[in-house]
Design a protein around this ligand. Structure first.
Ligand SMILES: C[S@@+](CC[C@H](N)C(=O)[O-])C[C@H]1O[C@@H](n2cnc3c(N)ncnc32)[C@H](O)[C@@H]1O
Length: 250
C-alpha cells in the first residue's frame, strides 16, 4: 500500500524533479544523497573500524582498495611535489580525502559534496573547506588555482551531464603542472562476464553505473593540455571502473 502510494506520488512529482523517499534508506537511483550518515557511522563503530576501512572491507568486500588507489597515484608521480590546493568532488565518507591529506599535506583542501551530512562531518573531522555545490560546477574555486582535482566513484555514478560539466570545470581550475584524477566505467571495464554480472546485480532505474568511452576522456583532457600519466582498473563491486590520472603540462 505504502509503496504503491510512493510510486504514484513519485510519478506525478518527477516532472518537477522531486521524489519522496525514506530518510534512512539509500537507493541506486539517488546518487546525490549517498549512504545514510548516522546508520553507516554506527555500523563502522560497531565493527570497530574507521569509516574508510568499513567502506572498503565491509561494504565493498575489498580491504585496502582505497590505499591501493593512493599507491597507484603515487606510482605515476602525483605526490612527488608539494601541493598547495587540492579539490575533491564527492568525497562521501572521506576515505580518499583522509589518505590524500596524509600523502600530500596540502594547506588547502576544498570539497564539493551534495550530501550535506557527509560534508558537515568532513569539515569537522578534517578541517577542509566545503564549497557550495550545485552538482555541476566548481564555482567558488578560481581559475588555475588547484594542484589537483580528484573524484573517486563519482563519475561512474552520476548522469553524463554532471561529468561533462565537471570536466570543463576541472580544466578551468587546474593550474600548470596540476593533476586531474577520476574514474569512469570505460569499455575496458566491460569485458568478459562484466555485462552478465551487471545485469544480474539487481541494480535498476538509476544512472549508476554510468559509462564513458575511454577515448572520449583521453581526447577531452589531451585537448586541454593534459597527458594521461597512468590508468588503473579498480574494483567497484559488482564490477570495475577505470582510474585515469592526467597531468597538465607544467
Ligand atoms: C559513490 S559515492 C563515492 C564517495 C567517495 N568518493 C568514495 O569513493 O568513497 C559518490 C559521492 O558523490 C556525491 N555526489 C553525487 N553527485 C554529486 C555531484 N553532482 N556533485 C558532487 N558530489 C556528488 C555523493 O553524495 C557521494 O558522496
Amino acid at each position: 500500500m505504502l509503496s504503491a502510494l510512493k510510486s504514484a506520488l513519485n510519478q506525478s512529482l518527477a516532472p518537477i524533479g522531486i521524489a519522496v523517499t525514506r530518510v534512512d534508506s539509500h537507493g541506486w537511483n539517488d546518487v546525490a544523497n549517498f549512504i545514510p550518515f548516522e546508520q553507516t557511522m554506527k555500523k563502522a563503530r560497531t565493527a570497530r573500524m574507521s569509516i574508510g576501512d568499513y567502506v572498503d572491507t565491509v561494504m565493498n568486500g575489498a580491504p585496502g582498495m582505497t590505499q591501493n588507489t593512493i599507491n597507484n597515484m603515487a606510482s605515476v608521480g602525483v605526490f612527488s611535489k608539494p601541493m598547495g590546493t587540492v579539490v575533491e568532488i564527492g568525497p562521501g565518507t572521506g576515505r580518499y580525502l583522509e589518505k590524500t591529506l596524509k600523502a600530500a599535506r596540502p594547506p588547502r583542501y576544498e570539497i564539493y559534496e551534495t550530501a550535506a551530512p557527509w560534508s558537515a562531518y568532513l569539515v569537522k573531522e578534517y578541517n577542509v573547506i566545503s564549497q557550495p555545490t550545485n552538482g555541476y560546477a566548481l564555482t567558488d574555486t578560481p581559475d588555475s588555482s588547484a594542484d589537483m582535482v580528484q573524484a573517486h566513484k563519482v563519475f561512474s555514478g552520476v548522469p553524463f551531464m554532471a561529468t561533462c560539466c565537471y570536466w570543463h570545470e576541472m580544466s578551468r581550475v587546474i593550474g600548470a603542472g596540476g593533476w586531474a584524477v577520476f574514474d569512469v566505467v570505460t569499455e575496458r571495464c566491460l569485458t568478459g562476464d562484466a555485462l552478465r554480472i551487471w545485469a544480474e546485480s539487481g541494480i535498476r532505474n538509476g544512472s549508476y553505473p554510468s559509462l564513458v568511452p575511454r577515448e572520449v576522456a583521453v581526447s577531452f583532457f589531451s585537448g586541454k593540455g593534459f597527458t594521461l600519466a597512468g590508468s588503473f582498473i579498480v574494483p567497484m563491486p559488482p564490477g570495475a571502473t577505470e582510474l585515469l590520472v592526467f597531468k597538465r603540462a607544467g
